[in-house]
Each structure stands twice: as C-alpha cells, then as structure tokens.
Design a protein around this ligand. Sequence first.
Ligand code: ADP
Ligand code: ASP
Ligand code: MG
Length: 815
Amino acid sequence: MTAVSSVSATQAQAVADNVQVHKFGGSSLADAFCYRRVARIVTEYAGASDLVVVSAAGDTTNRILAIIAARQQPGDAAAILLQQLRQYQQGLIEELLSGDLLAQLMALSEQDFNRWQRWLDGEEEISRNAELLAYGELWSARLLACLLKKQGIRADWIDARTFLTADDAPEPLIRVEMSRQALLQRVAPHTGTRFIVTGFIARDAEGNSLILGRNGSDYSATLVGSLLDVRQVTIWKDVAGVYSADPRKVERVVSLPTLDWREAEELARLGSPVLHPRTFQPVDRERMVISVRSSLKVENQQTRIGMYQHTEPRGKVLTSLADIALYRVELSDKALVDAFESLDLTPLVSWTEADKQQSYYAFHQNHQDYVQSWLDRVDKQHHVTQINGYSMVALVGNRIQESDEYAEFKRQLGEQQLRKLVVSERGDSVLGLLEQKLDNRTLNRLHSQLFSYRRSLGVLVVGRGNIGSAWLQLFNQQRERISQMMDVRIIGITNSKRLWLDYNGIELHDWQQDFDRLARPYVLSELIRELPNAPYDELVMMDMTDATAVAQLYPSFFANGLHIIAANKRAGASSEAQYREIRTIQREYKREWLYNTTVGAGLPLNYAINDLRNAGDEIRSISGIFSGTMSWLFENFNHDVKFSDLVLEAKQRGYTEPDPREDLSCQDIVRKLLILAREIGLRLDWQDIDVTSLVPEALRDVPLQEFMQRLPEMDDAMLQMYKKARLDSRVPRLMASFTVDKQDHVKAQVGIEYIRDDDMLSNLIPGENIFVIYTDWYSEMPLVISGPGAGKHVTAGGVQSDLNQLLGKLAASNQ
Ligand code: ADP
Ligand code: ASP
Ligand code: MG
C-alpha cells in the first residue's frame, strides 16, 4: 500500500483533538444483554466520531482455539464445537437485530460459517490460525455496528487488517507510519460516524492475518489511539478499574483512583490480565491518559493511568501467577546463556547464582510453548533443566523499597517457601518466586496483611445433624459479636451425601430449607482440593459428624490449609500411629486443631488442663465418669429397677448412641480417655487400656434388634453386682482413669468400680460428668470439674468456644 497523503495535517489534528478511543473486551460482550449495555455506553459516553475497539464476544477466541485443536483429532468434536459457535454467534444476531439488518448480517454470518465448514471438511485451506482467530473480532465489530445503526446511530465497522500493518514476530512490529496513514484515510473524512474496530488482529505486508497476542485488544486500543494521537483511551472492563488485587481471586479489594504509567506497565509485564503487556508501548505519555472503568457499572469509580509518578511510595497492587515456566542453565554452557540473553522474549525475572554456576529464567506460563519450541531449536542436546511447580507473587508500586508494604511483603513471604526475592530494575515491583503452588487462600491472607484489611475466615460445616444444626443457630445469634473479631462466614454446609457451597457466605435465616433446595451431591475428598481457592484468609472445617471417613481426611484438610474444629472423636482417638501422623501433618502445615467438645462436651476441661500445664504443673491422674449415658444409667440404677428397662428408657430419650452397645461396651469412654491422655502428651493406644465391657459375650455380635430384645439377659449380672456393692455400703459406677508415675508410665483403665455411697462420685445428677484431676500442685485435694457432659446446646456452646479460641490464635499470629 502506498501512503497516499490525502489526509491533511489539519484534518489529522482535528481527529487528534476530537476523537477518543474506547475498548470493550470479551467479557463486556458476552451476551445480547451485554451488547445492548455496550451500545448504550457508546451512545452516551462516547463522542459522535469516537472509535470503539472490540474483542471477540465472550469466550469466542477460546472456542476457536478449541475447534482448531479438535480438528487435529479424529471424531466429530470439531464439528460439534463449530456448530455451538455458530449457534452462539447467530443467536446474538437474532436477538439483537431485526428486519433488513438481521437478514443482511445473517447472510454474512452464513457465508462465514460455510467457509468454516469447508475448511473443516478439507475443501478449503485456511493455513493460518490467525485468519481463523480474526473471525471472532470481526463478528463482534460487525454486530455492534449494526446494533448501533438499528438504534439510529451513525456507525460503521473497520477490519483492522485494512489499516494495521506489522511484521510477524512473537510481538509483531507495527509499521507505524503506514498504518497511521491508512487509518486516517479511513476515518478522517467521516466525522460524525462512530467506527467499531476489530481488536487483536493486524496484517503483514503481504496481507496475511496476524494476531497481537492473547488479550491483545487492550494493545489494539492504545495503538489505534496513538496512531490518531488522541488524548484519551477508555478501556471498559468487567471491573471498575485496577484494584489492589485480582477480584476473582481476592476478596475485599480496593479500586485505585490513579496509577502511574510505570506501575501499570510493570503490572502488565508481570502478567496481570487486567491490561495486556504491550498496552503502554505505543503511548505518548505526555499526552494520553488511559481510563479503566466498568461497563457493567458505569457509575462506579475508575482508574486513570497517567503521569502520577510523584505520589508517595506505596505498594499498590498484588499480582500473582499460579504457574510459571522456570529454566535453569549451567553457566559453563556459554552458547546457551547467550541464546537466553538474546531471546526475543523478556523473562519475568532472571538471575544468576555465581556460586553454583547457574542462571535461571522465569517466564509466564503462556509463553512456555514459544520458549519450548525455541529451545527445541537451539538446545538440541537438552542441556536446559525445566523446573516445575513454582509460582510467583509480586507487589507493584513506584519506589517500592521505600514503602511500608515492601517490608511487610518480605516478612510475610519469609514464611512461605521463598526461592528468590527480586526488586525490578526500575524499583517499581518486588517479586517473590515460591517453590510451591500459590493458592487463593495464601493470596488473600497476604493481601489483607499488606493492606491491613479486616481478615476473613471461611467456615465449612461438615455434618448438619443435632450438633451441627444447634451450632449454626448459635453462630447466627452471635454474628455481631464474632464479626467484631474477624469477617467470619459459613461457606459450606454438608451432610453425608450433599453439599451446599457458596463462597460469598451462606445466609442462615432459612438455611434448612435452602439446603434442601440448593445442596448437591459431592465427594468430600474432592471438595478439599478445591477449597484452597475459596477467597478467604483462613479456612476452618467444623467436623460435627461421628464419621471415621471424615476423620481419615484430617491430614488432607491440614495439607490444603484448613484448620479443624472437631466434635468428632474419631481422629483424636484413632490408633497411636494414625494419631501421630495427623499431628505431624497438622504441625507441618501450621494449622490449628481444636476439639474441646470431644471430652465432657462443653465443660472447660481441656482449658483447665492446658492452663495448668502451660503454667508448669504436671498432671498425675485423671479419673471420673466420662460418659453422660453411663452416669444416667448408674445414678438411676438400684435393686428396684431392671437395668434393661433403664437402657430402653435411655435409648428412647436419645441418651444412648443408636446402638447402646457403643456406650455399654465402653468404646466411647475409651475414646475420651485416649484424647485426654494424648492431650497431656502421653503415648497411649487402644491396647494399653484395660477395659471391661458391660455387654455379655453372647450379645456382642448379634443384630441390634435382637440385642434390644435380649437386653434382659444382662439384668441378673447387673443386679448381683449392685447387691455385692451394697454389702459394703457402696454403689457400682462406670469409671475411667489414668495415672502417670514419675517415670511417665501410664496405667489406664475403664470399667465398673465400687464407690462408697457418701463419695461425691456416687451422688451425681443423672447424666452428669465428673473429672477428678490430681496434679503436682493439686495433690492433697483434687481439682474437680463436673457438670453436663452431653447435650446439643452445651456441645454447640463448646464448639463456639473453640471458634473463639481459633479467632484469638489467628489474631495473635497476625501481629
Ligand atoms: P476483557 O474484558 O478486557 O478481556 P479481562 O477479563 O481480560 O478483560 O481482564 C479483566 C480481568 O482482569 C478482571 O475480571 C479481573 O479478574 C482481572 N484482574 C486481575 N488483576 C486485576 C486487578 N489488579 N485489578 C482489576 N482486575 C484485575
Ligand atoms: N479475543 C482475544 C483473546 O481472547 C483478544 C482479547 O480478548 O483482547 O485473547
Ligand atoms: Mg481480555
């Protein structure tokens, strides 16, 4: 093309003075509703001669890439995907247009898709993917222009390949003068027409299609803006500007009213999707301002990017990449080091470790294919080592090292597996390379620590039975008080089969009905892996079940960053080996595990024990009646009642486990004893405890129903036991105890003991628990804690106390 200078300098100046550029990305054009909203913005917020750059609608570019990939595979996947794309695109046309415009655009669309079909069938060759990708932008530009025309607005559309010429490269080089002239010729004569221009695409000197890189339309917009030398480019997004972090990953982000060019540039360089890395390349910074604002909520605040370099040094934006491509090269391989240094793609960060004679280069994951194919050419012997599993997090802000946030960022990352901390050459970012995947929980935590927001805790409630429901009710009542400490929200409620998950926080008013409506089948082990992405600083799983299957997953909960509050005894009372493993993982991942209610329900037993031990006391023995069920049975038992009748009554009143043998065999008491002993650091396993079960041998393995029928078989032995005790003015009680001697030898037992009838142990209220604690300090007279050791309200209260405790610990760990 020859540069016909038919556009005068005056005309060009008029364009520069009167025209602005707007850009709408795919998410602003996802459906017909979005298109209408964009059309309204273009009429109300854009001038009559403004240019509007558009991306492909919704995820069209991804769909096209999927079709290209599927075409290589056997089967009809590509044809199905193409059909879906056709439906999506033509659906938009049908919904938005009518009459002649509809007929015209449908005819064009049919032509395009017929060409695609021929390509798919091998009847027509389209060798360049860029040409296929270009359709996405072409369709949205054409449709938006027609929609505006339909609304009576003077509008037309331009295929950027008619004016934007570039030389092919990973980052195509724009032929600026040629492109400027061509664009001016197209737009200058048409004052009063709004032009919709395709983003993302350009052409080479031969007229072949080129693309400007994924998300390249931001760049197209500033390119068009600078070719015309306009003063302002407005980039309309689904976010109201640039925020302190990606709002898809982090809660409670704040929008920044201004951002300096260099900061925005650095943010884009580090791979933040909010702006394409090349967006700022073409810009005359003295003249142009870029505004980033929301097409969804136009009234919201916006971010202006311009010359704001003299503001206070401050860490402003946290940005991260969950995966990066990291390469290591031996310095001895000089040719390879030189090759990396001259690669036409700048790494995110690179450094040399002179002592180990190695250099490292880290790239954005999106560039991995390019680097890999380049390596296949220059490194045939495969001397380069690729290191996987690394992630990156960075804080952007001019003069970063002078900011308070810099010190905090360093401090916080010190706790992570930090491989390298690098301040950018211009001092406008600090980047941490982590030897681990970075999940959203860590990111949220870092964000709130840096910007000192109120921290948040997401709560997953596993088990919505008696205790779970009672606790949810209690939690709801106490919301106000809790929220003064932290932003605590219920993010999920489950029963054994279904899960209701909502990361925004579940409204608890009618949660039972809502659960029935909204809960979906789930697999707990799979859910755990997904949870680290919940946008909270901290997460806790409340185990309100009695399930071994849940207890077995504790290591996985800890490893995925959750704390645990448990009313479930199964993990605390698992085998010694399993228990050690859970503890090891819990400590390794620095998570909390609170289980105050597993022994004595709400009674402040473990608080007393821990308090004494923390103050330097040693526990010597704990004995007592640990089971509310057994307490109730024996306090009511005498020679006038049959033991079997009492068991039946207790079962009817819901005091026993569904199978009363759980209680009568003393399993439940053994669990509590194990938990208590382990709490004070003793190694104790099931076989170390001397247990006498009350269930006669013959009834141990029979079905529940049969057991209930044959209960009276216990009566005789129980009566004999009672009578024998009375001879000595005593009564039988089901006691548990353990004693530790000075050499730390433990003696633990559970079974019937005969207690003097004037002893406090034989005069409890039915159902009452009692714990008699001897320590070095309480040696003459024991410390006694007694009260109700079961019941949903006291247990829910105990769970609440654990939550309180957790909040306190989290607050302390944040200081
Ligand atoms: P477009 O509609 O222009 O294609 P993108 O979806 O590519 O927009 O980019 C906008 C997205 O960038 C937002 O939805 C947001 O999730 C993400 N993003 C990442 N970091 C930030 C940040 N610091 N501020 C605002 N948005 C961000
Ligand atoms: N449609 C292109 C993409 O998805 C360009 C853009 O959205 O900016 O990458
Ligand atoms: Mg985009």
